[in-house]
Ligand binder design. Sequence first.
Ligand SMILES: NC(=O)c1ccc[n+]([C@@H]2O[C@H](COP(=O)([O-])OP(=O)(O)OC[C@H]3O[C@@H](n4cnc5c(N)ncnc54)[C@H](O)[C@@H]3O)[C@@H](O)[C@H]2O)c1
Length: 333
Amino acid sequence: MAKKLKAALLGFGGMGHFHATQYKDQPDCTLIAICDVDRKKFEKLSADINLGNSGEADLASVHQYLSYEEMIRNEKPDLIDICLPCHLHAEYAVRAMKEGFHVISEKPMARTLAQADRMIRVSRETGKQLMIAQCLRFEKTFNTLKQAYDSRKYGRLLRMDLRRCSGPAGTKTSWYRDVKCSGGALLDLHLHDTDFVNYVLGTPDAVQTFGVTRVSGGIDDLMSTYFFADGPIVNAEASWCRAEWHTSSVMVFEKATLELEGTRVKISRTDKPLEVLDCSGKNGYWSEIAYFVDCILKNRKPEQCLPESTRESIRIALAEERSALHGRKIPLK
Ligand SMILES: NC(=O)c1ccc[n+]([C@@H]2O[C@H](COP(=O)([O-])OP(=O)(O)OC[C@H]3O[C@@H](n4cnc5c(N)ncnc54)[C@H](O)[C@@H]3O)[C@@H](O)[C@H]2O)c1
């Protein structure tokens, strides 16, 4: 039987619980250890986050640690799965790669571009694989949108409109509410859509963002326009200042409009009845881990989500932040 890789999870908060459940039926990887500085996090098998309940992780044979150092002294993982607060991603990714482990890290790649650059440099120097878990790149629904664009099946893309809004993230004292740690709703939540724009269309010529601060000291409620010469009109809205969780993703092509609704893609055309594609099955969190493990086993780069590309998404998002703060359009090319 082929060798299964061993994963160790760093950070067992909301997203750590979510990732832990995704190892349940991975074909080529087993979760062997989890680590969190807060002992209380091990008391619950599941967690509630904005995405809903994580489900229960099977931790019967998973070792628990209170520090990264202790975990690494006792375990021999192939990869480290980082689910730490954003400002710690780079520090631990760099340490882990230097210590000989491949790294998959939650988004945003890093709090600053300098940190993202360091992660890329160390991945190249050590030869260890690095992938940022931009989950939308692994969701069937979002890939259906991308394929519709790439194939030109419905003609030219005229307009893309993305929305991702919720109440304030975290508790009052959480790292989420400190812009220095999270980057506010713009870098934490909205980055999903910035990254999707980059994934599908590449770097825009310029961005213009209007936004306000309320929760974190950063931009917490915003509307961005991405400019592409002769390209589609692209807008994205995000917020941590709303009553409830709400997302919407729409692409208007010459011959059809594609809209996401949960795990379904609705395709409307003027001359045909509504078509609904069912994209249920494995979610993006499961698929991103499976994909990364496959890349390690086959010794190939994670082309679907290269660190250089997720670094570019951070550059675009930080330009959006500058645009909102200074009230002007920011060129990117
Ligand atoms: N992809 C998504 O849809 C999605 C959704 C939510 C969060 N996230 C991302 O996941 C990451 C984690 O978010 P979260 O909501 O789980 O945050 P969280 O605060 O719930 O969890 C972070 C955990 O890290 C632990 N921790 C902090 N420093 C540590 C250290 N040095 N060593 C070990 N443990 C340490 C904390 O005790 C905490 O339990 C963030 O980057 C966030 O943006 C992604």
